[in-house]
Write a protein of this length. Structure first.
Length: 319
């Protein structure tokens, strides 16, 4: 029987218990995606501080704004982060932001220096990966290959778990979500006709964990004086009701997908062909999730497209 992977807490108890069912698998690279203001950086520090509280050494790399400003905002929630910084458990190097115009290769060298100096770092946050310049081509490597090389470098430190903060709508968001081991989305919705905002967090995928995916969980951001603090799952949320609602949505979405396949095959039989790329986008909108290369390939084949053509399309889209 294969050994069970070690787990590490996300720092959000409700997320660990009801959704992740144990936390993050150690060594995973997890992309946290959302628009500005939904609490991505707060979640990141919650993850780091939870580790520091357990005596772990953790690392925060800010490429988006000066670390002093980030720390000021975090202190505003009431977190006593200075004791972890002073003890050397929480590392927040200021020179990373000074290098914000550097490339992924520069960050690889910089990061390796920290990991060699502090070999027992267990948690790392890069905030944010979407602000690191990514050229279309460099020394024969495409932008996606550069990103993949960087993530594979991070994976070489197998006992370190990573949160990569990503702005929603980043040009290379799709490539990051495909390559990452885990994807978490944070977003907000406004109730129609009312000035009421609800924040949701959703685990899209988590390799190595028996997580409940496709379930959106409402959360709020609370100061230390109101435990549970930070990003906190709302007390009125019931996991069972959300899961049942999600399963109903999945059933409707899968029926829609089957209808798309039947229409595409019927048009092909009459010599009329849909653009396969548009079909994939339609499938992703229907399922409200990114399709992996394997799922995209299977979907197009089931729509009646030639296997060789499908293989070529998948290589263009996912290479």
């Amino acid at each position: 029987m294969p050994a069970q992977r070690r787990m590490i807490s996300s720092g959000i108890r409700g997320l660990d218990v009801y959704v992740l069912r144990g936390g993050f698998p150690v060594g995973n690279i997890i992309a946290v995606v959302g628009e500005p203001g939904v609490g991505k950086t707060i979640f990141a520090f919650q993850f780091l501080i939870h580790g520091a509280e357990q005596g772990e050494r953790v690392l925060y790399l800010s490429t988006d704004e000066p670390p002093d400003r980030v720390l000021l905002n975090v202190r505003g929630l009431g977190w006593d982060i200075d004791k972890y910084i002073d003890s050397g458990l929480l590392l927040v190097p200021p020179e990373v932001y000074d290098r914000a115009s550097r490339s992924f290769d520069d960050y690889t060298i910089l990061f390796k220096g920290y990991m060699d100096r502090y070999p027992n770092i267990t948690r790392v946050v890069i905030d944010s990966i979407s602000t690191v310049p990514l050229p279309e081509q460099l020394e024969g490597r495409s932008s996606v290959e550069i990103l993949r090389d960087f993530l594979n470098f991070l994976r070489s430190y197998q006992d370190t778990t990573y949160l990569l903060i990503c702005r929603e709508g980043w040009k290379y968001e799709h490539a990051l979500l495909f390559e990452a081991d885990g994807v978490i989305r944070m977003y907000r919705e406004y109730q129609r006709g009312r000035m009421v905002v609800t924040h949701y967090i959703e685990v899209v995928k988590m390799r190595g964990a028996y997580a409940r995916t496709r379930i959106r969980v409402p959360y709020e951001i609370k100061p230390v004086t109101e435990p549970p603090y930070g990003v906190a799952i709302r007390a009125d949320w019931t996991a069972g009701e959300e899961e049942e609602a999600a399963l109903k949505r999945v059933g409707v979405e899968e029926r829609k997908l089957e209808l798309i396949k039947r229409i595409a095959k019927a048009r092909l039989s009459r010599g009329v062909k849909y653009n396969p790329r548009l079909l994939l986008k339609l499938a992703e909108r229907t399922l409200d999730q990114e399709l992996t290369a394997d799922l995209a390939k299977r979907f197009l084949v089931e729509c009646g497209y030639d296997a060789e053509e499908v293989e070529r399309i998948i290589q263009e889209l996912y290479s």
